[in-house]
Every structure is written in structure tokens, then in C-alpha cells.
Design a protein around this ligand. Structure first.
Ligand SMILES: [Zn+2]
Length: 187
């Protein structure tokens, strides 16, 4: 009977894993231009564990990020996406390598342009516009991941970092002081 229970639990777990894989694959906007034209909205969450390009920057891979994508048409009739992403990421402190919580707050406005379309010199030089070249399908996880990476601090660190050897070094025994004390003594 116990054996049966274990098998059932494993089977159930496999089904759950399969479903979560499928759901992250399903997070696609098949036609982003139509999405913008129709003023549609997509809200959801992405598991940090699925955002693989962030992994090297984090101390742990738990939790999830909330996102909201709003499509709309701009003043010139351009197709726009407004992306908001929120969540807390445990970044690696560049001094002590411990977690430094980063309150992510992405708020990006992107103008969709057909893939391969040539932008004019004026458009390229306009700092107020961000272009997103796209055939038609938008991979939501990849899009959100791109924008999170752009919003990351270059060198995250604690404001008051508890790195050994920094502020609190006075209380610790310095092994090099002991070594230098031995240096002058004959063998
Ligand atoms: Zn630190």
C-alpha cells in the first residue's frame, strides 16, 4: 500500500511539473502588433527559477516576479507596449557576496517596429523612444527578462556592508599580525 502511495505522489509531481513547464511556454503573445492595436493587457507572474539569464546574479532562485504588459496605440498611431515588473531579487553583494535585496521596479515603454524595418536617423537618435523589433510573436519570459537585466544595478552592494576586514575588523584577530610577529624570530 505504501508503494502505491509513493508512485501516486511521483506521478502527481510529474504532472505538476509538466503543467508548469507548459504554462511558461504558453506565455506568448502570438501577435504583439494586434495586442497593441486592440489595447489588450496581460498580467501574470514568472518564477525566478525560469529566468535563467538572471541566475548568475542571484544568491537564491526562489520567488516570482509580477508583470503587467499593456498594449496601446501612440499619438502617431505607433504600436506601443507598456511593461511593468515588480518583485524583490536577492542580488549578490559585490563586496561580501551575501544577498542584497533589490526592489525591482521596471517601468518601460517600447515601440514595436516590424523586424527588419529601417529606422530613420531621427528615430535612431531620439533618446525618448525605445524600439522593439519584432516579427509578430512576443516571448513574454524573454521580454520581461531583457527588461529586468536592463534595470539591474551594475555593482550591487550593501549600503553598510558587513564584509570581514571592513568596518568591524578591529574586533577580529588578524592572522597576518601573528605571522609578522613570527617572522623576525630565528628557527
Ligand atoms: Zn555586502
Amino acid at each position: 500500500m505504501k508503494q502505491n502511495f509513493v508512485l501516486t505522489w511521483k506521478a502527481k509531481n510529474n504532472i505538476i511539473q509538466g503543467l508548469s513547464r507548459n504554462s511558461s511556454r504558453l506565455k506568448r503573445i502570438s501577435d504583439a502588433f494586434a495586442f497593441a492595436r486592440d489595447g489588450r493587457v496581460l498580467k501574470g507572474t514568472l518564477a525566478v527559477a525560469d529566468l535563467e539569464r538572471l541566475h548568475d546574479l542571484l544568491t537564491e532562485l526562489s520567488g516570482e516576479m509580477g508583470f503587467c504588459i499593456k498594449g496601446f496605440k501612440g499619438e502617431r498611431g505607433e504600436f506601443m507596449l507598456h511593461l511593468e515588473v515588480t518583485g524583490v531579487l536577492p542580488l549578490v553583494c559585490q563586496r561580501c557576496l551575501n544577498a542584497v535585496p533589490f526592489d525591482l521596479d521596471v517601468d518601460s515603454l517600447l515601440e514595436l517596429v516590424p523586424e527588419g524595418a529601417e529606422l530613420s536617423q531621427d528615430e535612431l537618435e531620439d533618446d525618448t523612444r525605445d524600439f522593439l523589433p519584432l516579427a509578430s510573436e512576443l516571448d513574454v519570459a524573454e521580454f520581461v527578462e531583457d527588461e529586468i537585466l536592463l534595470a539591474m544595478p551594475v555593482a550591487p552592494r550593501h549600503e553598510e556592508c558587513g564584509l570581514p576586514g571592513a568596518a568591524d575588523a578591529g574586533d577580529r584577530i588578524n592572522p597576518f599580525a601573528t605571522l609578522s610577529g613570527l617572522k623576525g624570530k630565528p628557527n
